[in-house]
Design a protein around this ligand. Structure first.
Ligand code: LLP
Length: 415
């Protein structure tokens, strides 16, 4: 990844040596590149020239306030899934109208907050939710702008835990029922039907599922509008994959050129489209630095024990996900050995990488790659480990965008 590169035998983020950051701020340490964020956003924008598109960054991928502020400043909107995420984006300077609210389990309190705030759209996922939202909107005398999340029953061919657009998933309204639910929604006094949305999964590596889902959405748009319900926007969700290892995901711009060719062919090319990308905007804009604590040779397996663990980087433990692991200062003269790279947490599932060929010694720093998305935002305090610090690099400058959690902060709310 071009924003993390070796120079004179040391790994850099843009123009900052990662050795200096590790020394100055300790490990585990997340380091993000602002140029990489801008580059990923630009990849989408290239496919959108002359089109009417809103990019709503999916906050869950990385919810650090400075990252949110960066996207807000670039003109992005946000896709949120909780009151906490709503308060975060407001704090980061988002305009309420640029926020869409997804999720199958919005509480009444969350709906009230979002209504009072004046968000752009509720992405409603069930008939029961429609009824509750109508009730809450009525109490506040504020009409709720809504979109219906349709489950298009398309197989995204990704990990089962992160595919969301199949019939057996808890997400969305079944395609066959959607038209009827749109009619229900249109009849409710405190709802204003604005759009249609879907999200079929995450880390999707081919164009096919996106195009299939779009086709199914457009079929519905036609049917809904034939019933006299006008749709202001079509929200295609997020889900575009990134390269962790050898995957070759579609390029955002090229994918969207195809998506628009499809939409054009069916006469929908000049509609307003929304997208909700998360991982593809931040995933490869971050690394996690960790220090090698011990090397532990064994009969069958050799272990490289590092100071980052499953509480910092939960994806390998949760999805058996692959993250590249590279030395910050590659060594000559140390023999290459195959290690399982593991953390200090007391679980066998606490591994960051398996069977990795590394030439390392205790005290070395390693960089865990593709750590910008779904790492810090999924971090926990398991084993009473304070959460890591985060740094944002911009050229030769860097800023601490999250301090390392202290013990006092960790126990602050307990009695
Ligand atoms: N919109 C909705 C409604 C979503 O549920 C999601 C992600 C996104 C947008 C953003 O998807 P993305 O562009 O990031 O693929 N923790 C898992 C990923 C969970 C994704 C959940 N939904 C992981 O680490 O792989």
């Amino acid at each position: 990844h071009p924003f993390f590169h070796y120079q004179d035998g040391t790994l850099f983020a843009e123009a900052v040596a990662l050795t200096e950051l590790a020394q100055q701020h300790g490990t585990p340490l997340f380091v993000y590149s602002q140029a990489a964020l801008a580059h990923a956003l630009d990849a989408y924008q290239q496919g959108f020239a002359g089109r009417n598109v809103g990019i709503h960054y999916a906050v869950k991928a990385n919810s650090n306030l400075s990252i949110l502020q960066f996207f807000a400043e670039q003109g992005c909107g946000f896709d949120i899934v909780s009151a906490g995420e709503l308060l975060r984006v407001l704090q980061a300077g988002a305009t309420p109208a640029s926020v869409v609210f997804s999720g199958v389990g919005k509480t009444r309190a969350e709906m009230q907050l979002a209504l009072r705030t004046g968000i752009g759209c509720f992405n409603v996922e069930s008939e029961a939710e429609l009824a509750v939202l109508n009730e809450e909107a009525g109490k506040l005398q504020i009409r709720a702008p809504i979109s219906l999340r349709v489950n298009p029953d398309v197989d995204p061919q990704t990990h089962p835990y992160i595919s969301t657009g199949l019939k057996n998933n808890k997400f969305g309204i079944p395609h066959e029922r959607a038209l009827q639910v749109f009619q229900q929604a249109a009849a409710l006094p405190w709802l204003e039907v604005r759009g249609i949305d879907c999200h079929i999964g995450s880390q999707i590596l081919s164009e096919r599922p996106f195009l299939d889902a779009l086709d199914k959405l457009l079929d519905l748009v036609a049917a809904v509008e034939r019933c006299g319900i006008a749709l202001h926007h079509i929200d295609c969700g997020g889900g575009l994959g990134i390269q962790y290892q050898t995957e070759v995901p579609p390029q955002a711009g090229a994918l969207w050129q195809k998506m628009f060719a499809h939409a054009d062919a069916r006469g929908y090319g000049d509609r307003r489209f929304l997208i909700e990308p998360g991982r593809s905007l931040v995933g490869n804009a971050g690394v996690c630095l960790t220090e090698v604590l011990y090397l532990k040779p064994g009969e069958d397996k050799h272990f490289c024990i590092v100071d980052a663990a499953m509480n910092d980087l939960p994806r390998p433990a949760m999805y058996e996900a692959f993250h590249a692991i590279s030395p910050v200062v590659p060594r000559a003269g140390t023999p290459v050995t195959t290690y399982d790279v593991v953390g200090p947490v007391c679980e066998s599932g606490d591994w960051l990488g398996r069977d990795r060929a590394l030439a390392v010694q205790a005290g070395d720093w390693l960089a865990v790659g593709s750590a910008g998305a779904y790492c810090m935002s999924m971090a926990s305090n398991y084993n009473s480990r304070p959460r890591a610090a985060e740094i944002l690099v911009h050229g030769s400058e860097h800023r601490v965008i999250r301090q390392r959690e202290s013990f006092a902060q960790m126990i602050e709310t307990e009695r």
